[in-house]
Design a protein around this ligand. Structure first.
Ligand SMILES: [Zn+2]
Length: 199
């Protein structure tokens, strides 16, 4: 875990992993090093930030580098899983997670098509997408349990291009239909709050 003194240090040591972006933190593809950037010194919840990055680190250490790189195209899974882990414990007073508050998310999501967050790798607003994924997976876990979620997660990380088909196999419903149902619930103001427990 390396805390960059300033952006010049971050760019010097972590440039290949930052890809021109300015996140709160970034973990290298082998899951060996996490760089925490100066952006984290603001109002970020450091516990949540570390849970998120350690989640990336743990699965990167346990998968092939090839699959870790291929998972970059499936942020609805990789960032969704890290987002669920980040939300598992309370947030420090006055600090915020990378995701939006429930109220802010619902207000935005009622007027936003959620499908592009699941079908694209690049996101116009990562904070909004992180929140959409986090609530989507909370919903899946609440409906069909942790065992199904873990079965999906393991199979998807073993075969990143197959993630969408694996979703259909495990959940008995294709991803566009599941997102459509989720969108309908969000429009009526319903989301499944994070489960503050551990696996
Ligand atoms: Zn992440």
């Amino acid at each position: 875990m390396i805390v960059c003194r300033d952006w010049s240090d971050c760019n010097r040591f972590a440039a290949p992993f930052l890809l021109g972006s300015r996140p709160l933190a970034v973990t290298d593809p082998t899951g060996t090093v996490t760089f925490v950037t100066p952006r984290a010194a603001g109002l970020a919840d450091i516990g949540g930030l570390l849970r998120h990055e350690l989640s990336h680190a743990v699965w990167s250490q346990n998968r092939s580098l090839f699959n870790v790189v291929r998972m970059l195209k499936q942020p609805w899974v990789s960032e969704g899983v890290a987002g669920v882990v980040a939300e598992m414990a309370p947030t420090a007073p006055g600090r915020y997670l990378a995701s939006m508050s429930e109220g802010e998310f619902l207000a935005r999501a009622k007027a936003t098509d959620l499908w592009p967050a699941f079908s694209r790798s690049a996101q116009p607003d990562w904070r909004f997408s992180y929140t959409a994924w986090m609530y989507f997976w909370n919903r899946q876990i609440a409906r069909q349990g942790k065992a199904s979620f873990l079965k999906f997660e393991r199979a998807c990380f073993a075969d990143p291009p197959g993630c969408r088909n694996i979703f259909s196999d495990v959940y008995g419903k294709d991803l566009p239909s599941a997102v459509q149902d989720y969108q309908g619930e969000v429009r009526s103001g319903l989301v499944v709050a994070p489960d503050r427990a551990s696996f």
